[in-house]
Design a protein around this ligand. Structure first.
Ligand code: HEC
Ligand code: HEC
Length: 283
């Protein structure tokens, strides 16, 4: 609960200085001077960890794991909880006690495996633990981004080597992309964080389609929802179909971004950092 209250604090009083001051007795002018002095003397890193300690944010999210969790989240969770976890037909995960009470998936993973099917939250029993852990890191990172603005973003994201990133892009990405895909790419995103998320899992026009074969025949269309038990899609005429998965139902998913997902799964941490550092130079 403390997490949650503090979290609300953070939302109400943007920025760590304001939060720190608001939570204390009104300081004297001299004390205030000293505090400002101390804050000025802090490195970005110290300021970030002071803020996170104050907000009770728990363990530092693993940003690489979080980036790896994006494809899975986008496919399995986003239609109910929103692209950034802020809620849609399902509740916001940014203010969820289940998420706030977890550090690195030890509570979230068992929760996700079971779901709450009676309340509309599907079970994800078939997704392996390491992948669900990545989703847990992603949710923690979203909270961190709202609560602990700015501080960690620059610190943990832009640590790569742009020259190596350039070589990686030329070696691994230009098989599908013309170099001009990347022209001014950094100026399309508000932060290096969003840039990283954007290239790892582009939202753009890419959509998933599915073909489903069953005793009822063949249905194909754009996928709107998929879980272990159910698939919904919209066919070419705009009609929605909800199909229960089971024996005799053959599902084939075509994913324009399958290549990206593969890249994300196999990309070394250093390569991910290097590519983001390189793309960030393309303003
Ligand atoms: C079909 C819609 C749907 C999908 C898909 C879905 N959820 Fe949910 N989720 C819900 C609903 C509805 C609830 C609220 C259940 C309740 O009232 O207890 C919920 C609850 C949750 C909660 C608990 C919130 C709280 O504090 O009570 C978490 C965490 C969560 N979902 C995460 C996920 C993740 C991660 C995924 C993807 C792997 C996912 N959900 C996919 C609908 C969905
Ligand atoms: C096997 C083919 C393939 C490879 C390899 C590949 N991509 Fe992509 N990429 C795609 C497809 C398909 C899309 C979706 C195009 C769309 O949305 O219209 C895409 C979209 C993107 C986008 C969004 C472009 C836009 O205009 O919105 C970015 C950025 C991107 N990829 C970066 C990369 C980077 C960086 C690499 C290398 C690390 C890479 N891609 C490797 C196929 C690939």
């Amino acid at each position: 609960m403390r997490h949650f209250v503090c979290f609300l604090f953070a939302l109400l009083a943007y920025g760590c200085g304001a939060v720190l001051v608001a939570a204390q007795q009104p300081p004297t002018a001299r004390q205030e001077g000293i505090q400002q002095q101390e804050e000025r003397n802090m490195t970005t890193e110290q300021r970030a960890s002071a803020t996170r300690a104050f907000l009770g944010l728990g363990a530092v999210p693993d940003r690489i794991a979080a980036a790896r969790g994006v494809p899975l989240y986008t496919k399995n969770c986003a239609f109910c909880h929103g692209r950034n976890g802020r809620g849609a037909t399902g509740p916001s995960l940014i203010t969820s006690d289940v998420v706030l009470g977890d550090d690195h998936g030890e509570r979230l993973v068992p929760f996700l495996k079971k779901g709450r099917p009676d309340k509309g939250m599907p079970a994800f029993a078939r997704i392996p633990d390491p992948q669900l852990k990545n989703v847990a890191e992603l949710l923690h990172q979203q909270i961190e981004d709202v609560a602990n603005r700015g501080a960690y973003r620059v610190l943990n994201i832009l640590v790569g080597n742009p020259a190596k990133g350039k070589a990686y892009v030329e070696g691994h990405c230009t098989s599908c992309h013309k170099p001009d895909t990347f022209d001014h790419i950094a100026s399309k995103f508000r932060s290096p964080e969003l840039l990283q998320r954007g290239w790892v899992w582009p939202s753009g026009s890419a959509r998933m389609t599915a073909e489903i074969r069953s005793s009822g025949g063949l249905i194909s269309g754009e996928l709107t929802q998929i879980s272990d038990f159910r698939i919904t899609l919209v066919d070419a005429s705009g009609r929605m179909h909800a199909i229960v998965r089971g024996p005799g139902v053959e599902v084939q998913i075509k994913d324009q971004l399958a290549a990206h997902e593969e890249i994300v799964k196999t990309l070394a941490n250093d390569d991910m950092h290097n590519v983001t550092a390189y793309l960030e130079t393309l303003k």
